[in-house]
Design a protein around this ligand. Structure first.
Ligand SMILES: CC(=O)N[C@H]1[C@@H](OP(=O)(O)OP(=O)(O)OC[C@H]2O[C@@H](n3ccc(=O)[nH]c3=O)[C@H](O)[C@@H]2O)O[C@H](CO)[C@@H](O)[C@@H]1O
Ligand SMILES: C=C(OP(=O)(O)O)C(=O)O
Length: 424
């Protein structure tokens, strides 16, 4: 494990370019094994999740190369094999190998995924979808065994009881080569789902309605890549830097942004009084003086993303009054609270709400990144704080933030990654 060391209190300025979306990338890489040709992705983020997905691919004799933001994957010699449980456990999205292997081989054995510790994360809707497509699913000894008879998967109508990004994508991956038509109702609408559907459609898949709550998939026999797929910009990385820029910036320009994906977040910042300049594919954040407190309630897309409730918190600490945060997706996603309090933040849980009060001074401290987005919140708080902040378990940040140290240096931050002390 690594630690992030921040010497805070410096105003930051300049410009940076947002990377490809982590939550698209971690679905696109498993989706690549459905292809009968090599595939290429551009603007791939340099994150630990990609590194671990490459290890999983390699275990199946799927070679990949990653150079200059371009990831090339050759699944033409894929072999069924036992997937490395350490890599599978390192990220949540390894569950996409269930749908992708099922689509490719009509069977899959995958260890239960790992990922962020943000409260219960069942996968019952994924399993319900696989079963509806005709698969037999057995959960045993921390693994999920999925198989079909010789006839393979067939199309089905699936109504999701819970709106789930992962279940929606996993069912698409399984259904894309199934016999007949699959309909997913009450599907999730996140932009990353459209990105995955676009990639598959450009290879010959027939997926309609991605981005709405009804998705129709007509199964096809073969998928062949014809062009490089450019991954959409990461809206969570964008929101994190927007928060950082408003909290401690003297003028910061974020490039490679899709402003339509950011509306719930930018609307909240405008409500706070941040004079954002929103352009076609960039957003400029000027220096901010007074900030209004706001209420943040996380919802499925296009609502305010759960993955941004922690990154916006350091900005809420600067508002002139009490803000309130309610996470309806992951109510237990509160690891940042105790850590921010160590830095002198006025943040507490009250009647199931997170109340964030005005905190005029933050002091550097030893804190722990229990998960990716609490890590992002601590990183911003550390940049604001006087003195030195050491964030242990910083791998949780590196898991999903593209070249974060380089990007912070571009803005003038004093930050580095170091090996954490060995624990016995
Ligand atoms: C790799 C990836 O894309 N991760 C994102 C994805 O996670 P992930 O796809 O795992 O999250 P889901 O959209 O599935 O979860 C949404 C809600 O549904 C519940 N649920 C989900 C599946 C299921 O079978 N049963 C069930 O009850 C979950 O507990 C949660 O309360 O969407 C989350 C919600 O936007 C984000 O925080 C994650 O960053
Ligand atoms: C929860 C997240 O990631 P994952 O689903 O990969 O654990 C996140 O990106 O905030």
């Amino acid at each position: 494990m690594k630690k992030m060391i921040i010497h805070g209190g410096k105003r930051l300025s300049g410009e940076l370019t947002i990377g490809g979306a982590k939550n698209s990338t971690v679905a696109l890489i498993p989706a690549a094994i459905l292809a009968d040709t090599p595939v290429r992705f551009d603007t791939v983020p340099h994150i630990l999740d990609v590194h671990n997905l490459k290890i999983i691919l390699e275990s199946m004799n799927v070679h990949s190369t990653f150079e200059n933001d371009v990831l090339t994957i050759d699944p033409t010699h894929i072999e069924e094999s036992e997937l490395p449980s350490h890599a599978i456990k390192s990220l949540r999205a390894s569950y996409y190998f269930m749908g992708a292997l099922l689509g490719r081989f009509n069977r899959a054995t995958v260890t239960f995924p790992g990922g962020d510790n943000i409260g219960p994360r069942p996968i019952d809707q994924h399993i319900k979808g696989f079963k509806a497509l005709g698969a037999n699913v057995v959960e045993k000894n921390d693994s999920v065994f999925i198989s079909t008879g010789t006839e393979g998967l067939h199309g089905a109508r699936i109504f999701l009881d819970v709106v789930s990004v992962g279940a929606t994508i996993n069912i698409i991956l399984a259904a894309v080569k199934a016999h007949g038509t699959t309909t997913i109702e009450n599907a999730a609408k996140e932009p990353e789902i459209i990105d995955v559907a676009t990639f598959l459609n450009n290879m010959g898949a027939k997926i309609r309605g991605a981005g709405t709550d009804v998705i129709r998939i007509e199964g096809v026999d073969s998928l062949r890549a014809r062009a490089t797929h450019t991954i959409i910009p990461d809206r969570i990385e964008t929101g994190t830097y927007l928060s950082l820029a408003a909290a401690i910036g003297d003028g910061i320009l974020l490039k490679n942004v899709i402003p339509e994906h950011m509306e719930s977040f930018t609307a909240k910042m405008l409500e706070m009084g941040v004079g954002l300049q929103i352009n076609e594919d960039s957003i400029y954040v000027p220096r901010v003086s007074d900030l209004n407190p706001v209420r943040v309630k996380t919802m499925t897309y296009p609502g305010f993303a759960t993955d941004l409730q922690q990154p916006i918190t350091p900005l809420l600490l600067r508002a002139n009054g009490n803000s309130v945060v309610i996470d309806t997706i992951y109510p237990q996603r509160t690891q940042h609270i105790a850590q921010l309090r160590k830095m002198g933040a006025d943040i507490r849980v009250q009647d199931n709400l997170i109340v964030v009060g005005h905190s005029s001074h933050l002091q550097g401290a030893h804190v722990e990144a229990g998960e990716i987005r609490s890590g992002a919140a601590l990183m911003i708080a550390g940049l604001i704080a006087s003195g030195t902040t050491e964030i242990s378990r910083a791998d949780n940040i590196l898991r999903g933030y593209d070249r974060v140290i380089d990007k912070l240096h571009t803005l003038g931050a004093d930050v580095e990654i170091a090996a954490d002390e060995i624990r016995v």
